[in-house]
Design a binder for this molecule. Structure first.
Ligand SMILES: CSCC[C@H](N)C(=O)N1CCC[C@H]1C(=O)O
Length: 357
């Protein structure tokens, strides 16, 4: 349990309490695996003395053990019970942290209890705690990275011509689920001209000779995420696509080589962005170079032109520049990277040279 770390930051920064709803923060702080509970109010309240209490639907009655909890039943109004918990923990006024991802209907219900509070996003403290991974967290991320490397090998062994993007995405999802605790996001398979859309939703387009195919997928290992992108060729693609492949590959390597303890995230972004700009494609690189990775697939530190965070040992993030040419296709190459002994180290190690099947 890492609740004590949050409490000591709350004390230092003058916060009276925190409200945490199900998700990666609740797991990080308590180790409780509560399936995101949909519409049923589920909130952990914590005060700056380190006391805490969970409000949860009674259907979790037999899975939450050895934890201070009040259950509420379908048909009851849970907000009255939450008010009681806040009074009990003496969180009735002052500076209060609230989970960023809390559902709006819960917030509206809770708002009536929080008239005298000054509300702040929980992420402002949680990012301090979660940004630097310890040895055990890195071990789990290495496992998650190994899964996506292995799945890439399996994809290369498949007969892809004639398969639809949707079929391939489903197969990738199955392969990940067979080897891990699940997917970290819905796989992206973007073929041919669809590759020009960085977040393409796999559709009915069938893979054919001459396509570049962007494969972007991730696995979870004990809740920690991986996220990889490789772009492969089916037969011989257009010369222009071959050219942008080399540009993206070199931009990715250049950003990776820049990673150092003590530099800002922005400098890593700049290395990839400048390489692509020099090759004449700056307007076709339409997103940040990467994002932090851990319990969430997108978290701090974000590797973009506005990335002010200073990189430290233990930080983990992706490096994934891309070039997207409307009507023609795209290329993205992504690795998961950690800062270790002052330098970048790749967690994902799958082949980055263009593979032509
Ligand atoms: C969580 S869906 C997108 C996963 C993907 N690996 C990704 O993070 N990106 C694809 C384009 C850029 C980058 C992003 O920042 O969204």
């Amino acid at each position: 349990m890492c609740l004590d770390k949050l409490v000591s930051l709350m004390e230092k920064q003058g916060f009276n309490g925190a409200l945490v709803s199900p998700g990666s923060n609740l797991y990080y702080l308590t180790g409780l695996h509560i399936h995101e509970a949909g519409e049923r109010l589920t909130v952990l309240a914590v005060n700056s003395d380190g006391e805490y209490h969970l409000l949860a639907p009674s259907l979790y009655g037999n899975v939450i053990e050895d934890f201070p909890v009040t259950f509420w039943r379908d048909g009851e109004n849970p907000y009255g019970k939450l008010g009681g918990i806040l009074r009990e923990l003496d969180i009735t006024s002052g500076r209060l942290l609230v989970e960023n991802t809390m559902r709006a209907d819960w917030l509206i219900g809770i708002e009536k209890l929080l008239r005298d509070h000054d509300l702040h996003p929980l992420s402002s403290l949680m990012r301090e705690l979660r940004m630097r991974k310890d040895r055990e967290e890195i071990r789990l991320m290495e496992k998650a990275a190994q899964v996506v490397d292995d799945v890439f090998e399996e994809i290369l062994a498949m007969n892809l011509i004639g398969m639809s993007e949707r079929e391939l995405a489903l197969k990738i999802e199955l392969m990940i689920r067979e080897r891990s605790d699940g997917i970290s996001f819905e796989p992206i398979v973007a073929s041919g001209e669809n590759g020009a859309n960085p977040h393409h939703a796999p559709g009915e387009r069938k893979l054919k000779k001459g396509d570049l195919v962007i494969l972007d997928y991730g696995a979870k290992w004990e809740s920690y995420c991986s996220d990889i992108t490789r772009t492969i060729a089916l037969g011989k693609p257009d010369e222009k696509l071959l050219e942008i492949y080399e540009v993206v590959k070199n931009a990715q390597e250049s950003a990776f080589q820049t990673v150092r303890e003590g530099i800002t995230a922005r400098e890593v972004d700049k290395a990839a962005r400048e390489y692509i700009a020099k090759a004449g494609y700056s307007k076709y690189f339409t997103h940040r170079t990467g994002h932090g990775l851990g319990l969430d697939v997108h978290e701090e530190p974000y590797i973009g032109p506005d990335g002010e965070l200073v990189l430290e040992n233990g930080m983990t993030f992706t490096i994934e520049p891309g070039i997207y040419l409307p009507g023609l296709g795209g290329v993205r190459i992504e690795d998961d990277v950690m800062v270790e002994n002052g330098r970048g180290e790749r967690l994902t190690k799958a082949e980055r040279e263009l593979i032509q099947l």
